[in-house]
Ligand binder design. Structure first.
Ligand code: ADP
Length: 603
């Protein structure tokens, strides 16, 4: 079979995505590879297809134990013999899989890096023909990455113990130049073909909001997107509890995940989300690594994360199936304070010297600043992200809230000067609330305590709304006229004085075009028959329950949408759907075609 035939036969796809073919060709030609592709770009196929075409076995090393079961399940569904070895297997299961592996039953073996050193696993490795080793999440090998795993450093010695050196492929979604070099050096890749595909995810729509009632927004959003699965990220466990309770009390199907919950409950809630029993997951950033759910339609950040790297990774969990999905960030300036607090709390790595820790902290604060700019910019959000990741940028994408928002520039010189003067007047000992109460002449205990009430400038912006003041203060912080100090205070900067001689213009929102409706229309236009789609979804859920599989492993939403609009009534037409390979056609056409037929007859 050719690679295109394997793609169609097993995965049901007609064409390769960007980068896949080049990497597959290199691997088949015996060259090592380094593939850097964003989440959802389709990295797995880059090693699964060679695995089917090369003689012997492919070993896939992955740190994500929770994901292995699903990945192996999905491969088995597609008719590819695969198994996994990790700590979740019982001894009996482990030895059984081992025997089968030795007898050559599997083409792909997933293994956790810790297992590589275990004698029994080395036994298989030495006895069987291993033609290809694929290292997933390869950035874990680098100490400069966010997710360093010491066990990844053992991969090289594992490879050297094999009777024949296999082709080695490394795959990751994020890698700076430094991490990339580490991957090549530490895994000893041999003149690898390195391929970096674009970071853009055109199916994702980006939106930011500043200073709005966040939980109310979340409730309204979930209400207006029924039957859609999504993740809501919060900065703290407390926020997770609050938002999740608010959703549950309002009758929505939601669950929660954070490091403060017992392990068993975390697992239970995660499964409920993955298997579709709960539609919305409210979580801290502890959730998501290794979540491969492809039909997540929205990711809302209830609070701003610490860096754009973290944001893009978390937001990128939306729309892995390529369908339109929303990534919404709700920002408030309090998020900056909370994140600074978290950065300060971080004890850091005890193996690093004080000056190294200081340098890391500064880098983190710099990243936080960049994230804050993203949250408050009025320019194209996608362009901002792409440029940050070193790409050319896209100018105006017309698929983010800023591109769809009409702005006007207003002169805020007067207000800005007054705010800066009042910060100076209070000797930089004011919080945001104190400052706003001061300029608006509102009573405030702290102002009384420090005897600020009634001093120069008190009430100088009496008529300004808190919302507008906040926009102006955010702007002043963003542009460096003011900065956040310790203990939630606002401080002056070297640039503060310049405000006296400069004109300050602020871009404010005029009106946001009605994007949501048009986008929704676009999303459902691929599905001419929402009623049939719903019936097919129910069928899929029923099969998923019976097989104890997440629904998206049976068929993705994309395949289901196509099924609902194409309405195939023969096996041949069913096989023509994207995402339906020979094995799945044989297994499921008899389940879905009757649903379609019944629908057609009754309409
Ligand atoms: P990654 O590991 O890069 O995050 P995956 O390998 O999980 O991404 O792929 C994401 C989704 O894209 C999966 O549902 C996969 O089946 C689908 N996919 C991969 N390659 C193709 C292709 N050539 N055509 C259509 N869909 C694809």
């Amino acid at each position: 079979m050719t690679k295109s035939e394997v793609l169609k036969e097993y995965f049901g796809y007609d064409s390769f995505r960007e980068g896949q073919e080049e990497l597959i060709d290199a691997i088949l030609a015996g060259q090592d590879v380094l593939g850097i592709m964003p989440t959802g770009a389709g990295k797995s196929i880059c090693y699964q297809i060679p695995a089917m075409m090369l003689p012997g076995i492919t070993v896939v090393i992955s740190p994500l134990i929770s994901l292995m079961k699903d990945q192996v399940g999905a491969l088995n569904q597609a008719g590819i013999p695969a198994c996994y070895f990790n700590s979740s297997l019982s001894q009996h299961e482990y030895f059984e899989a081992m025997e089968r592996a030795k007898s050559g039953e599997y083409k792909i073996i997933y293994v956790a890096p810790e297992r590589l050193e275990i004698d029994s696993f080395l036994g298989i490795a030495e006895e069987c023909e291993i033609s290809f080793v694929a290292v997933d999440e390869a950035h874990c090998v680098s100490q400069w990455g966010q997710d360093f795993r010491p066990s990844y450093l053992k991969i090289h010695s594992f490879i050297t113990r094999l009777p024949h050196r296999p082709v080695v492929g490394a795959f990751t979604a994020t890698a700076t130049k430094r991490v990339r070099d580490d991957i090549i050096t530490l895994l000893r890749l041999n003149f690898p073909k390195t391929l970096v595909t674009g970071f853009d995810r055109p199916n994702l729509y980006f939106e930011t909001h500043q200073s709005i009632p966040k939980t109310e927004f979340v409730l309204n959003y979930v209400k207006s997107h029924p039957n859609q699965s999504g993740i809501i990220y919060c900065i703290s466990r407390k926020q997770v509890e609050r938002v999740c309770s608010a959703l549950c009390e309002a009758g929505f199907s939601a669950t929660r995940y954070h490091a403060g919950l017992p392990q068993e409950e975390r697992k239970h809630n995660q499964d409920a989300f993955i298997y579709g029993d709960k539609l919305v997951m409210v979580a801290t950033n502890a959730f998501g690594m290794g979540i491969d759910k492809s039909d997540v339609r929205f990711v809302i950040h209830h609070g701003m994360p610490r860096s754009l790297e973290a944001y893009y990774q978390e937001a990128g969990r939306a729309g892995r199936d390529g369908l339109k999905s929303d990534c919404i960030l709700l920002y408030s300036s309090q998020d900056v304070t909370t994140n600074r607090f978290l950065i300060d709390q971080n004890d850091g790595n005890p193996e690093l010297s004080e000056s190294q820790q200081k340098a890391i902290r500064e880098k983190e604060l710099e990243r936080l600043k960049i994230m804050t700019f993203y949250s408050t910019t009025t320019d194209c959000l996608r362009d901002y992200i792409l440029k940050y990741f070193g790409e050319a940028g896209c100018g105006k994408c017309n698929n983010c809230s800023n591109c769809l928002t009409q702005c006007e520039e207003i002169d805020i010189t007067n207000e800005a000067r007054k705010l800066v003067a009042c910060v100076a007047m209070m000797n930089q000992r004011c919080s945001q609330t104190m400052l706003f109460d001061y300029v608006r002449a509102q009573s405030n205990e702290s102002l009384d305590k420090f005897s600020f009430t009634g001093k120069k400038g008190y009430g100088c912006l009496k008529d300004a709304s808190p919302k507008r003041l906040k926009e102006i203060l955010d702007y002043l912080m963003r542009t460096g006229y003011l900065k956040a100090g310790d203990h939630y205070t606002i401080n002056l900067t070297e640039k503060s004085h310049d405000i006296l001689s400069e004109t300050v213009m602020l871009k404010v929102t005029k009106e946001r075009k009605k994007k949501m409706q048009s986008k929704k229309a676009a999303r459902t236009s691929s599905n001419d028959n929402p009623e049939l789609f719903e019936l097919l979804r129910q069928k899929r859920a029923e099969l998923a329950k019976a097989e104890k599989m997440p629904p998206y492993i049976i068929f993705s939403d994309r395949t289901l949408h196509e099924m609902a609009s194409e309405m195939p009534l023969t096996e041949k037409d069913f096989l023509g759907l994207s995402g339906v390979g020979a094995h799945k056609c044989e297994k499921y056409s008899g389940e879905f075609i009757p649903v379609i037929r019944k629908y057609v007859q009754s309409h």
